[in-house]
Design a protein around this ligand. Structure first.
Ligand code: C2E
Ligand code: CA
Ligand code: CA
Length: 668
């Protein structure tokens, strides 16, 4: 599950840094490259300028040498020819001296401009110029001495040859300087080229990184956005779909594939509220997550949408499912999810769920009705003992409608106190031969529906929370009856009241009873309460304390229908109980079913060991009575002794006349 991945917490600044870093690096690199390129250009430019200057100045010296030597050799030749003409000779000597001076100046200028490419070519060039000057001087001396022939011979043999060689040397020098400059420029451009290549590579690398990071950031942005969008369709606790998404999915099925059948299953975890109360929200939450995961795993391979509808309710849409396949799938699901869970180390919790299923198009054709019908089927599953699934049917629907009708009418009767009243069934103490207790039992005679048994309307009242009103009605009636008997000076008889409902209703009802007792100044010993084992299952520490208070006041506490529910020995030791009432099922089977006899005897022994009274209810036959008496069960309740009767008949039942009439019981 993606949600399970633990994310490092990232602060906003960190996020900003990560998103800006590649761009910043890219920008910095580009700026660096730009500056670097400009500097490299400037460097190339400088080197080129230097080279050009070198070339220019060298060319200047060379052309100066070239022109000077030519001028000087021409002047020298003219001098040899006209040496006897003194003034002419002086003019030529002057020309030679001037040319020398110009060359010297040009050389100085070049030196001043730092063009001093010193190497052997230039040394050789200087030597040759020196040699030329000395030969020139020799020729000049001979010419001035009038040795014309020798001068001419020296001139034409050595000086001219040397002039030629010097001029060649100059050309070589120029070529050298040109080559040297080219070499310099090439070296610098190569250097720049490789550097630019390196930085470009570096830049491309960075660009790659930047692109990679940008793509990552973009992807994250997209997925964040997607999550944001999908979070409106996801249940944040379980990561399953939420109500909205499920409704959309059902709607899509109805509009796009109206000819395909599908199923909608309403799944409600049993007793989840108690789990929440007992273990706390954190553990309950992790149970919900586990439950969702288990369910999703079971659905692998099916086309489905599973949503948490809120609290402990899940709704499952199974696409392409029909009435022939639904049973197998649902029984597999029920088997898988109704199991032991381990929400944390060392904790084992049994979870079961009640599931109701409705099918499209057989059961309904609209979202509302599909959900409504699967909800009804789920309630049926709860009623049938939970931990199972039920398919919706029209029979179920009419049964539920009938229940609704009963519930509404019962509510009216209770609030108007009409057609509803109490009868009292006495409990006979077979040892003392008297009646000290009776049980208040409700009767309801609806004008339209007729007489409806409490077994029917009590279970309906329990489902609709109307049971609170029932409890209050009975408690108030019994208290009023006790007041009435007190007024009439009748014999004191304890009335046992059946208190049903969940833990909250149960607590409220007990408080109501205590309040009434105090208000009406009645003796608490006039009252007893009967709780079924089923209610005990939900009892919490607070309720235990309340029961202790009730017990300390002197109100009797009986466990009703003992042996049929979650017979936990734990509550027998923890709760302040006074009586165990053996369920009438066991009594009916006395001497018929060996196993039931064993259970009865065990209950009697258990009660005796714990110091509890034992009451056998539903005693109908003499045989049952004798069996119970023989095994020290001394209080009996049943038709054999008396059916439930009106309040004013109780006195008669306790009278010696009646007891004599029932002498068969008493004699036995
Ligand atoms: P329960 O608390 O186990 O009450 C005993 C039931 O057994 C009563 O049925 C009583 O009439 C019946 N009974 C007594 N002796 C015999 C017998 O010898 N043979 C047979 N076959 N039945 C016998 P009832 O009055 O129909 O009540 C049925 C159930 O409805 C009660 O079972 C109790 O769970 C519930 N109930 C009745 N009145 C009230 C009430 O005022 N409040 C609550 N919360 N539940 C009530
Ligand atoms: Ca009872
Ligand atoms: Ca009972």
């Amino acid at each position: 599950m993606e949600n399970n991945i633990k994310h490092m917490p990232t602060t906003n600044t960190q996020k900003q840094f990560f998103s800006l870093a590649p761009i910043t690096i890219m920008l910095a690199c580009s700026v660096f490259m730009l500056v670097y390129s400009v500097f490299q250009m400037l460097e190339i430019n400088t080197v080129m300028l230097e080279a050009v200057e070198d070339l220019e100045h060298t060319t200047k010296i060379h052309s100066s040498i070239y022109r000077g030597i030519t001028k000087r050799s021409n002047a020298l030749l003219m001098l040899i020819e006209t040496a006897e003409n003194k003034s002419k000779a002086e003019k030529f000597v002057q020309t030679i001296e001037n040319a020398k001076k110009t060359l010297l100046n040009d050389q100085l200028l070049c030196v001043h401009n730092k063009v001093t490419p010193i190497n052997k070519i230039f040394v050789q060039q200087a030597n040759m110029l020196d040699l030329y000057s000395s030969i020139e001087k020799e020729v000049l001396d001979l010419a001035l001495q009038g040795k014309r022939k020798s001068a001419l011979s020296l001139y034409s043999t050595r000086l001219l040859a040397h002039k030629e060689a010097t001029l060649n040397q100059i050309i070589t020098g120029s070529n050298f300087i040109r080559a040297n400059s080219n070499k310099k420029i090439k070296a610098i451009s190569d250097k720049v080229f490789y550097r630019i290549l390196f930085y470009s590579f570096f830049n491309i690398l960075l660009l790659g990184f930047s692109l990679y990071f940008s793509v990552q950031i973009f992807k994250k942005y997209i997925s964040n956005n997607k999550r944001l969008i999908s979070s409106t369709r996801v249940d944040l606790l379980t990561n399953l779909s939420n109500r909205l998404h499920l409704l959309e999915e059902i709607n899509e099925q109805l509009t796009n594939y109206p000819h395909r059948s599908f199923a909608v299953a309403f799944i409600d975890i049993d007793y989840f509220k108690s789990i929440n109360d007992i273990y706390g929200h954190a553990l309950a939450d992790s149970l919900l997550i586990d439950f969702g995961e288990k369910l999703s795993n079971q659905l692998k391979g099916l086309d489905y949408c599973l949503a948490r509808f809120g609290g402990d309710e899940f709704v499952l849409l199974l696409k392409n499912i029909n009435k022939h396949t639904i049973d197998t799938i649902m029984s597999d699901i029920t088997k898988t999810v109704n199991t032991t869970y381990h929400p944390k180390e060392g904790k084992e919790i049994w979870l079961s769920s009640s599931i109701g299923v409705s099918l499209y198009p057989d059961d309904a054709t609209s979202i509302e009705m599909l959900l409504h019908n699967s909800d009804l089927a789920m309630y049926q599953a709860k009623q049938d003992g939970r931990s199972c699934y039920r398919l919706f049917s029209s029979k179920l629907k009419s049964a539920i409608q009938a229940e609704n009708d009963i519930s509404l009418r019962l509510q009216t009767s209770l609030s108007n106190k009409e057609n509803i009243f109490l009868v009292y069934q006495p409990l006979l103490n077979t040892k003392l031969h008297n009646v000290t207790d009776c049980e208040a039992l409700l009767r309801w005679n609806d004008p339209k529906l007729g007489e409806i048994g409490p077994d029917t309307f009590i279970s309906i009242a329990e489902k609709t929370n109307l049971i609170k009103a029932v409890n209050y009605f009975v408690i108030d009636e019994v208290c009023n009856q006790q007041v009435q008997w007190r007024k009439e000076g009748k014999k004191i008889i304890r009335v046992n009241i059946n208190v049903a409902g969940n833990q909250k209703i149960f607590t409220a009802s007990l408080k109501r009873l205590i309040g009434n007792i105090q208000k009406l100044k009645l003796a608490p010993s006039l009252f007893g309460i009967e709780i079924t084992e089923h209610s005990l299952f939900e009892i919490t520490p607070d309720t235990v304390n309340l029961l202790k208070t009730v017990n300390n006041m002197g109100i009797k506490i009986s466990v009703d229908d003992f042996g049929t529910g979650y017979s936990s020995l734990l509550y027998l030791s923890k709760l302040p109980l006074t009586t165990l009432k053996i369920d009438k099922e066991f009594i009916t089977n006395i001497c018929n079913q060996e196993k039931d006899d064993t259970i009865i005897l065990s209950i009697i022994k258990l009660g005796q060991a714990l110091g509890l009274d034992i009451v056998a209810e539903g005693v109908e036959t003499q045989r049952q009575y004798e069996y119970l008496k023989a095994h020290s069960c001394n209080v009996i309740q049943g038709y054999l002794f008396s059916k439930p009767v009106d309040a004013n008949q109780l006195e008669y039942i306790d009278s010696s006349t009646f007891l004599k009439k029932k002498s068969n019981i008493l004699i036995a």
